[in-house]
Design a protein around this ligand. Structure first.
Ligand code: NAD
Length: 264
């Protein structure tokens, strides 16, 4: 057991099950001596998150649906009462109506667009502001994004637009909070088969495409995103802010199909 996170406490938002990216980050943090609290989206998920949390010695869980300001306020009030101070926050939350994660982006209705932006982008500054108020000795805020923010990806549609806004939020929040020694970064993960990913059209094709065309000729593992998360939350990255860090086996540098890749 390492000590990179010894004495640090933080909130992890976005665990749905043991395949969640947030869960991989939580495990990496706890393995380095950090202490974590969790939020969960609703009662159905509480049943999954509570035993996972217990398995790494965490017993502080609060409900928080990020589309509801009152729910965010009460989660952070509970955290303030419990710890009074935190050092890090993980925001691993995204949502868009899956009926529109296929077909044309152009056909996204206004309410679907607004909801995707609200939950997948606005929630980061919304929780970041409350978390920063508890980061009395500086801290680190981390969100999760995807290459679909920077480039067109089939089916990603409104999520790509929301992720682009989320990445811009990382930069604006980094500027707002830098003077308080609070860092704000994003990890742009390669595709991983999680609950959220299963809503995206043709996801298994995307996995294969990445595998054959990424410089490392494979897909990224959950633990690898966990390790990068640990870096961003720990003092190892204490000079890093406003950054979008790709953890995708190098796929983001690729400009063309690998001529040696098999047909898929
Ligand atoms: P996941 O399904 O395990 O996690 C998504 C989480 O978002 C869930 O815990 C869900 O409860 C939460 N959520 C959705 N709406 C919410 C709401 N209104 N209030 C509170 N919580 C809400 O899937 P994941 O892949 O681990 O997703 C985590 C983050 O990683 C997301 O932002 C996702 O876009 C991003 N990401 C995923 C991949 C991938 O391929 N899986 C790649 C890059 C980025």
């Amino acid at each position: 057991r390492g000590t990179l996170m010894a004495g640090k406490r933080g909130l992890i938002m976005g665990v749905a099950n043991n395949r969640s990216i947030a869960w991989a980050i939580a495990q990496a943090v706890v393995a380095q001596g950090g202490e974590v609290a969790f939020t969960y989206q609703g009662e159905a998920l509480e049943k999954r998150v509570r035993p996972l949390a217990a398995s790494i010695g965490a017993d502080f869980l609060v409900p928080c649906d990020v589309s509801d300001d009152a729910a965010i306020d009460s989660a952070f009030e509970a955290l303030d009462k419990k710890w009074g101070k935190i050092d890090f926050l993980v925001h691993a939350i995204g949502f868009a109506d899956k009926n529109f994660l296929r077909g044309r982006y152009l056909d996204t209705p206004r309410d679907v667009f607004a909801q995707a932006m609200d939950i997948s982008c606005y929630s980061f500054p919304a929780v970041g502001r409350r978390a920063a108020a508890l980061m009395r000795d500086g801290g680190s805020l981390l969100t999760l994004t995807y290459l679909g923010a920077e480039r067109w990806m089939p089916h990603y549609n409104v999520m790509g637009v929301a992720k682009a806004a989320l990445e811009a939020s990382v930069r604006y929040m980094a500027a707002d909070l830098g003077r308080d020694n609070i860092r704000v970064n994003g990890i742009s993960a390669g595709p991983i088969k999680t609950l959220a990913a299963s809503g995206i059209g043709d996801f298994s094709y995307i996995l294969k495409w990445n595998k054959y065309n990424a410089p490392m000729q494979r897909n990224v593992e959950l633990e690898e995103v966990g390790g990068a998360g640990l870096y961003m939350l720990s003092d190892l990255s204490k000079g890093v802010t406003g950054e979008i860090h790709h953890v995708d086996c190098g796929y983001h540098i690729v400009g063309m199909k690998n001529p040696d890749a098999p047909d898929i």
